[in-house]
Design a protein around this ligand. Structure first.
Ligand SMILES: [Mg+2]
Length: 436
């Protein structure tokens, strides 16, 4: 279609937000069609619900609920262990489908993304309604998931829209209809307005989005400061928050934690858990090409009290053998024999990107180079054959632990997803036909 007529339809209403419905549970249903239409929750390994399908939500089962409570509410509940590998793969597929419509995509979270359709009207040759429904159809047909889509003037308004008809809905909100939407929106449902801001606004009798946008700008600024003021402007239709188009490339810290069941007072086992978390955090560090200068350990007791500490590392590193001994040192300082623990967490701090770091000649010994090479080989094997194919020796002690239902791993771990060539890294290629 001619550019001008389409451009008129798009005008300033070009920010799209897509949000997968009950994402983790939805992926489980997509992977295992026998779960479709049934109340499914994930989080078997934690004993707490991480995500609930809409069928489960309809029965009053929500995220954060203890599993035993959920089973009482809903005896037919299907509980599966989390399969984060599959979730991140599906997440990338979702971004990829979205990128067929526009290259301007912000990967906002594992199951949410923003996109800017401006300048795409001529290319797509579709109305906004068609773009949203084509996107939903593509995700449904190719991935077996439902998503909700909102399109409006700004990120804040688009996010309101995607929530408006959920699950499996779409809402296009043009400038003339914004006041109507804000009238129906409670102040605590607005993205970016936190609890304390809600309380301050409610104190002044502001209960809806409509009442909020009618406030004087000066008063908003005084009451909520810059972040709240920016949100106010976005609701008024001014684009304040830009899309962040670059994937995250620098990190301040990385952590890995795990709750084991049942809680244990066996020091060998608890250290093995800590070593496993340390190795996982280091593998992540290497994957993101960073080095750490600090390591921390936190041990949580059965009664949820805990103890933690940290140590500076002598050199910037991402190598197991240069970090795990310090985890051991921390463990020996923190662990109290006879106490019962439920989880360990290891974090790495003082991070710098591997590139761009000044090479210190004293740091580069032959041994260090060998260790770095070894880590790369181990990561390669674990990528290819599945996490945990090669593990630090301390983790072997985990084998002495008695099996518990929470130790269940996803059934899928034995096989690859459709289109997945090796574990984890290959982005599956589904049919890449253009929607036009
Ligand atoms: Mg979601």
């Amino acid at each position: 279609m001619a550019g001008t007529a389409m451009d008129e339809i798009y005008r300033d209403c070009t920010i799209l937000h897509v949000d997968a419905d009950g994402f983790f549970a939805g992926v489980e249903q997509a992977l295992n069609p026998s779960l479709r239409g049934r109340p499914v929750v994930t989080g078997a390994e934690r004993g707490i619900i991480a995500a609930a399908s809409y069928e489960a939500r309809a029965l009053g089962v929500k995220r954060g609920l203890q599993l035993h409570e959920a089973r009482q509410k809903c005896p037919e509940l299907v509980v599966v262990p989390s399969d984060y590998e599959a979730y991140s793969l599906y997440s990338r597929r979702l971004y990829e489908v979205l990128r067929r419509f526009t290259p301007h995509v912000e990967e906002y979270s594992i199951d949410e993304a923003f996109a800017d359709l401006s300048g795409c009207s001529g290319v797509l040759g579709m109305s906004l309604e068609e773009v949203a429904s084509q996107l939903r159809r593509a995700v449904r047909c190719e991935m077996g998931l439902t998503v909700s889509v909102g399109v409006s003037l700004t990120k804040t308004l688009a996010k309101l829209c995607s929530k408006f008809r959920k699950p499996d809905g779409q809402t296009i909100l043009r400038r003339e209809h914004v006041p109507m939407m804000l009238r129906r929106t409670a102040i605590d449902k607005i993205w970016g307005i936190g609890k304390s801001s809600v309380a301050r606004l409610q104190q002044r009798g502001i209960g809806s989005g409509e009442e909020f946008v009618k406030m004087e700008p000066g008063e908003v600024l005084r009451l909520l400061h810059k972040p709240g003021f920016d949100t106010w402007r976005e609701l008024c239709g001014s684009r304040v928050f830009p899309l962040s188009l670059n994937p995250k490339c620098s990190y301040d810290s990385m952590m890995k934690g795990h709750t084991f069941a049942p809680p244990s007072s066996d020091g060998v086992l608890i250290f093995a858990e800590a070593a496993k978390n340390g190795a996982a955090a280091l593998a992540k560090l290497r994957r993101h090409r960073h080095l750490a200068k600090e390591v921390g350990l936190y041990l949580r007791r059965k009664d949820y009290s805990g103890a933690g500490g940290s140590l500076g590392l002598p050199l910037y590193t991402a190598v197991d053998s240069e970090v795990i001994p310090f985890v051991r040192q921390l463990f020996e300082a923190l662990y109290v024999p006879g106490e019962t623990y439920r989880s360990t967490m290891v974090w790495l701090g003082g991070l710098v990107a591997e590139e761009g770091r000044q090479l210190d000649l004293f740091e580069e010994t032959a041994q260090r180079q060998c260790e770095a090479k070894l880590s790369k080989v181990v990561d390669g094997i674990n990528t290819r054959f599945g996490q945990g194919s090669v593990i630090p020796a301390a983790m072997l002690d985990l084998a002495s632990k008695e099996w518990h239902p929470r130790d269940a791993t996803p059934e899928r771990y034995g096989r690859l997803l459709r289109g997945e060539l090796v574990r984890r890294l290959a982005i599956p290629r589904v049919t890449l036909s253009n929607p036009v």
